[in-house]
Design a protein around this ligand. Sequence first.
Ligand code: SF4
Length: 455
Amino acid sequence: MRSSARVLLFNPPILDFSAFDLWIRPLNLLRLAGHLEKAGIAVALLDCLDRFHPAMPEVKKSHRFASYGCGHYYSEEVAKPDILRFVPRRFKRYGMTLERVRRELERYPPPDMIILSCMMTYWYLGAVESARLFREMFPSVPLVLVGVYPILCPEHSRKCVPVDFVHSEASAVKLLKFIEEHLGISIGLQDTYVSPSYHLLTSTSALPILTASGCPFSCEYCASAALSSGFQSFSHETIVEEIKRAVRDFGTTDFVLYDDAFLIDKSRHAVPILENIVRCSLPVRFHSPNALHASEIDRETAILLKKAGFVTIRLGLEFDDSERLNSTGGKVTAAEFVHAVSWLKEAGFAASEIGAYVFVGYPGQTPEEAARACLFAHRQGILVKQTQYAPTPQSAIWERGFPDFRFDPGEDPLLQNCTLMPWRSDTFPASVYFRLRERINRWNALAQRGCRCDE
Ligand code: SF4
């Protein structure tokens, strides 16, 4: 057994039609770093999406959520892949340029292993170009691929990304075993909560936090079950200690919940966490870009969320039709949603702080149905966050196929991009989609002013 080793964790740039830093942080790599550092391994992180990294080209455009830790990425236009030629938009690389990545890598001491992450399936081109760069610069260093992409598309990852090991399971056990064997260092195989190595980030003012992994629901459009080993809540004392430590050590002001199901089993999990945070009077804000379960929000929960410092509340509505809500997973009813919004407002949340995700372009959904669901959300006096449906491998609906699509999203993960929605099907043509988007923008502008449309 060796006594020390160096591992480089790498989060590649995004190659896509659009990308925005809505609290995108490599939490999977930070959690993995926590395991490795505990075993005495020296870990470095190069996050090509870190807007605060000194090697990141400057972006002049600011954003209204900048103080919360969000913002625009630096981007450069790159050649559009042939398979996406039909999309009338420019294709770009978002994040650090390849030249700067190369320069940064030259500054690192040679690693004993490189672990490369790829989140969305349709971002795999960033992983491919990074893996090629590593092969050229560090030809003999073992290279590992992790993230959502290799879990949802294991065969494609093995075929297309030139690495030594593709980690295609939700559990980290096999990955840690591979690392142990190749580095000759005992890590201690644990698949439980380990503190993320936040200190590896260049900016710690806004940090991602995971209080529970997985989700007990099985909505037909979601692959949460494939991405986690069951639903597991971490100890609420541990989570509160983690938050307090980050405030004390880094001066963190914003926490971003990466949970899929924060409020499920709330009396034993979310409520004690929130009550503890209120008791400590921590000067922090919370954001839930992954939707909270509206069905779990009653008057007391809404008040607790407000008192704990939540300022960005997102709710998963998806549809307004009860039959559709029920048949796709039943995580909420329209009545529960209406109640949740009214409790949140009564607790003091402003319209601009609450947004509802609503699907647009869902298989079998007509434009009228999508517009009606968006209008339903708007009429509750909150923001409508339209979600262009993205076909997701290993979700239940994926198995049924997509008869009204012009292409098979299984042919190439690039075709799983939600941006393709307006050019994907005759049922929901681009002109209809863009008209609806304009209406939603008008409704949201009205909601921000506390008004509602009279349609
Ligand atoms: S959509 Fe939300 S509630 Fe449904 S399975 Fe996924 S994470 Fe759970």
